[in-house]
Design a protein around this ligand. Structure first.
Ligand code: R5P
Length: 326
């Protein structure tokens, strides 16, 4: 089995003035991105006023600069989102030349439509807020629904982690694979992933979500017996989708079950649930940091710093992002 994915990204070289600032959600990733761009992180004070309001101070000149602000809107979601908006506002008022919000994990993307009456479309509201704050561009990784790009009237660079995940999986598993979508909505993503692997077939587990934390799996469509299965999903929240999916696949004769997931949201109890599940290993990117003291157990982290650094370099130099994924 040989995976089909892009060649390793070229070494990063820069021309012109660029600055990278980090919010507090994923500083480790921001530091790695800046390091690969051969840049120090921009100096910014991120604190709170005594009443809990966010306090942001940009500590260096950004006039006319091409600025990239790295911030995942992961938990605490509203705090991180507000901090990002305030950083953008501060940069705009300091006359930054261009501001790109680099949002490795874009929270609220699952609220992208009304599924019943009198619900908000919060993903659209967040897009409006980013534009109102002063973002000129957005860069993000595997949105829950790619259509969220259309909620913006500014350019959105939508990066894909599937080449990195396919590569990481290929280093560990060499069996004949069946790529499995854990629900009907993820079939296109699973199909795309299967195309990156040689000779991989496709299957779907149908899932019914009775409540946000309660899942029932329905029939598996496709042949999984005597194959190693790989569940492919955009995110892990409670872990229920993957744990139930793995159970269904093992019940139907799969030899082993792995998972490749873009964003590790890991709501309370998710890691122990995954540890108890029939999954062998869960490959997940570092778009969201694991909380302090978390037992990584079956989690294998896949680094995205080089992907983001290369994308930042290309945006700064007006080069193609599409070409990174061809
Ligand atoms: C749902 O549409 C998503 O793609 C994920 O399958 C879901 O959000 C995972 O959630 P959980 O880990 O709570 O089952």
């Amino acid at each position: 089995m040989a995976p089909r994915f892009s060649r390793p990204y070229e070494a990063v070289t820069l021309d012109g003035e660029l600055k990278v600032f980090a919010g507090s959600s994923n500083r480790a990733l921001a530091e790695q991105i800046a390091m690969r761009l051969d840049q120090p992180l921009g100096s910014v004070t991120l604190k709170q006023f005594p009443d809990g309001e966010a306090r942001v101070q940009i500590n260096e000149n950004v006039r006319g600069t091409d600025v990239f602000v790295i911030q995942s809107t992961s938990a605490p979601v509203d705090e991180n989102l507000m901090q990002l908006l305030i950083m953008i506002d501060a940069l705009r008022r300091a006359s930054a030349g261009r501001i790109t919000a680099v949002i490795p994990y874009f929270g609220y993307a699952r609220q992208e439509k009304k599924s019943t009456g009198r619900e908000p479309i919060t993903a659209k509201l967040v897009a409006n807020l980013l534009e109102a704050a002063g973002a000129n561009r957005v860069m993000t990784l595997d949105l829950h629904a790619p259509a969220v790009q259309g909620f913006f009237d500014i350019p959105v660079d939508h990066l894909q982690a599937s080449p990195l995940l396919a590569d990481a999986l290929h280093r560990v598993v060499s069996d004949k694979l069946v790529v499995v979508s854990p629900d009907a909505g993820g079939v296109a993503r699973a199909h795309d992933f299967s195309q990156r692997l040689e000779d991989a077939s496709l299957a779907v587990v149908f899932k019914d979500r009775m409540a946000p934390d309660e899942i029932q799996t329905l029939p598996v469509v496709g042949d999984v017996a005597d194959r190693t299965a790989v569940l492919v999903d955009d995110l892990i929240s409670t872990g229920g989708t993957l744990a139930e999916g793995a159970r269904s696949l093992l019940d139907r004769g799969a030899n082993a079950v792995y998972a490749c997931v873009i964003h590790g949201v890991f709501a309370n109890g998710a890691l122990p649930m995954l540890a108890r599940s029939g999954l062998e290993k869960v490959f997940v990117t570092d778009s969201i940091p694991l909380y302090n003291g978390a037992d990584e157990g079956k989690i294998a982290r896949v680094e995205t710093a080089q992907l983001f650094a290369e994308a930042v370099r290309r945006v700064h130099n007006d080069e193609s992002i599409t070409a990174m994924f061809e």
